[in-house]
Design a protein around this ligand. Structure first.
Ligand code: AMP
Length: 319
């Protein structure tokens, strides 16, 4: 297998989830899993993470079958990370019921020399000290480094998280976390405070309302795909990130001003992947989606958002 083009770091988990549509226990999840599987439809991902001796063989196979290089997945003595959450009251906001770090408590990722020069790096949501440790081990500065985070780390690890944000090109964060990190209430003010950290692209995720992309030279909004039924929002953000970064890696694009078209398209690919993630529990839909379905939904987004500007310097009609 050729070397990965994108290295994905994050949690590999067994999730227990309750939503208005039912519940599941111990389903495969974790930030690195959703984002590597989503990006595996576009490019070659490699995963860096740790699982316990209880990790199921079929789950390793699932990753491999989606083109994910698992040579960076350490198997340690102990139990795999567990997360349990509920969306029963609000599909847009997970309430964490329980987090068991287990093997992540002592995890200290060491990149191989092949992994250390991967051109695209996605630091999925996990302890910012681990995200920083991976970034510091890269021997060649990747073309694009993106990271995600969550409220827990803003609460208890703001200092290393700030250090990390100061160094990455792209931050993906949800609207409530952006407000929590910056102390600003409007999305425009929190975006401007975050861009001041030197980010090239900022993606503020807004659940069922889609995502807003802020860049020094432009802004862009991508809707969420209108769905009749959302079953389990777990992993939507990570699948968005996998689609976004996977597309940039596949077309070898950066995130500079001249890459604006690729950034916009990457955001739409992110929204496409997120829409599949939420359609069924866990990976049940995302793992089975076909390239034809991905392309069809991408075209659906084009149609959903396309309109013509007024030609010839015209203004809107007046009464
Ligand atoms: P999201 O894309 O934000 O819905 O991410 C959901 C995933 O985050 C779940 O599959 C969880 O296993 C994982 N997760 C939840 N809490 C944490 C945490 N503290 N650190 C790392 N991963 C987490």
């Amino acid at each position: 297998m050729a070397d990965p083009t994108i290295l994905v770091v994050g949690s590999v988990a067994y999730d227990s989830v309750a939503s208005p549509e039912g519940e599941r226990t111990e389903q495969l999840g974790g930030t690195a899993v959703f984002s590597s599987i989503a990006s595996g439809y576009l490019t070659r991902p490699g995963v860096v993470g740790v699982v316990g001796s209880d990790f199921r063989d079929e789950d390793i196979r699932l990753l491999k079958d989606h083109g994910v290089d698992v040579s960076g997945l350490e198997i340690a003595e102990g139990n795999t990370f567990r997360w349990s959450g509920s969306y029963v009251d609000d599909l847009n906001m997970a309430v964490t019921l329980d987090t068991q770090l287990n093997v992540f408590e002592t995890f200290n990722p060491t990149l191989s020399s092949d992994q250390a020069d991967t051109p695209y790096l996605f630091l999925g949501n996990i302890d910012p000290d681990l995200q920083l440790s991976v970034l510091n081990q890269m021997t060649i500065r990747p073309r694009v480094v993106a990271c995600d985070t969550m409220n827990l780390w803003i609460d208890i690890k703001k200092e290393p998280l700030t250090q990390l944000i100061d160094q990455v090109d792209v931050l993906l964060i949800n609207e409530a976390e952006a407000a929590q990190f910056t102390g600003e209430n409007s999305i425009v003010n929190s975006a401007s405070a975050l861009l001041d950290h030197g980010l090239k692209t900022l993606i503020i995720k807004r659940g069922e309302y889609g995502a807003a992309i802020f860049h020094d030279s432009f802004s862009f909004a991508v809707p969420a795909y209108p769905m009749a039924r959302v079953v389990d929002p777990t992993g939507a953000g990570d699948s968005f990130a996998g689609g976004f970064m996977g597309y940039l890696a596949a077309v070898n694009s950066g995130v500079e001003a001249e890459d604006a078209e690729a950034i916009r398209r990457a955001a739409v690919v992110g929204s496409v992947m997120a829409s599949f993630a939420v359609e069924e529990f866990g990976l049940e839909r995302l793992r089975n989606v076909t390239q034809a379905e991905i392309n069809e939904r991408f075209t659906g987004f084009v149609n959903l958002t396309r309109f013509h500007p007024l030609g010839g310097g015209q203004g809107l009609p007046t009464p």
